[in-house]
Design a protein. Structure first.
Length: 94
């Protein structure tokens, strides 16, 4: 099993880079943060969830009150629908 980074290594970006971050504003005094880091040395990915207040008084990542879990990147296809350009009416066999 790969050794997980510490919360301090995540804060300092010690050999890590932040690759994804989402904020859920349902926390009364700020946001719940979901963040993913990539460790450059072994190309592993690590997720962390923590609460962060708007005044930064509460920062569960800084305080070490968070779970750090190994995750993997999964590519997925996303279909989007855009307006079609104006086309003549009919079936095109005219």
């Amino acid at each position: 099993m790969t050794e997980k980074p510490t919360h301090q290594q995540l804060i300092d970006l010690d050999g890590l880079e932040s690759v994804h971050r989402e904020a859920d504003d349902s926390f009364r005094h700020g946001a719940y943060i979901y963040q993913v880091f990539r460790r450059v040395a072994d190309d592993t990915y690590w997720s962390v969830n923590y609460a962060l207040s708007t005044d930064a008084e509460t920062n569960e990542l800084r305080e070490g009150i968070c779970d750090i879990n190994e995750v993997r990147a999964v590519k997925k296809t996303v279909i989007v629908y855009k307006s079609a350009p104006d086309t003549p009416q009919g079936d095109g066999d005219e």
